[in-house]
Design a binder for this molecule. Structure first.
Ligand code: AMP
Ligand code: ZN
Length: 113
């Protein structure tokens, strides 16, 4: 989608600090981190959110990428949180499906992006 910021990051048209990437998924540092580790895991194909026609194969690729990010960021042992804000009540601000991976500290209930 031409005016979508995460499509542009996936296409390499605007910069991001990439943590992991393959053909299907890109993971990069959140610009406004809410925890010591805050990475966004993003399927490259455009879906507005988790309700917008995402396939099981795409979700499997996301889960695999979350594992890669957790290992790369040293989160595997202590744990981390994964959040996909969906729609207005959740405060979704970027209308391209993404999964926040948060960790690197003990996460309180307030640490919800
Ligand atoms: P959400 O509120 O769940 O839609 O989350 C959108 C997230 O995208 C926020 O945490 C923003 O800080 C982050 N964000 C927005 N633009 C960028 C960008 N260009 N690079 C990295 N993260 C971004
Ligand atoms: Zn998009």
């Amino acid at each position: 989608m031409s005016d979508c910021i995460f499509c542009k990051i996936a296409a390499g048209e605007i910069p991001a600090t990439v943590v992991f990437e393959n053909d299907d998924v890109i993971a990069f540092e959140d610009l406004n981190p809410q925890a010591p580790v805050h990475v966004l895991v993003v399927p490259k194909a455009h879906h507005a959110n988790i309700l917008d026609g995402v396939s099981a194969a795409e979700l499997a690729a996301v889960v695999e990428a979350i594992g890669e990010v957790a290992r790369a960021k040293g989160l595997s042992e202590r744990g981390f949180r994964v959040i996909a804000n969906t729609g207005a009540d959740a405060g979704q601000t970027v209308e391209h499906l993404h999964f926040h991976v948060l960790g690197g500290t003990t996460l309180g209930e307030g640490l919800i992006p």
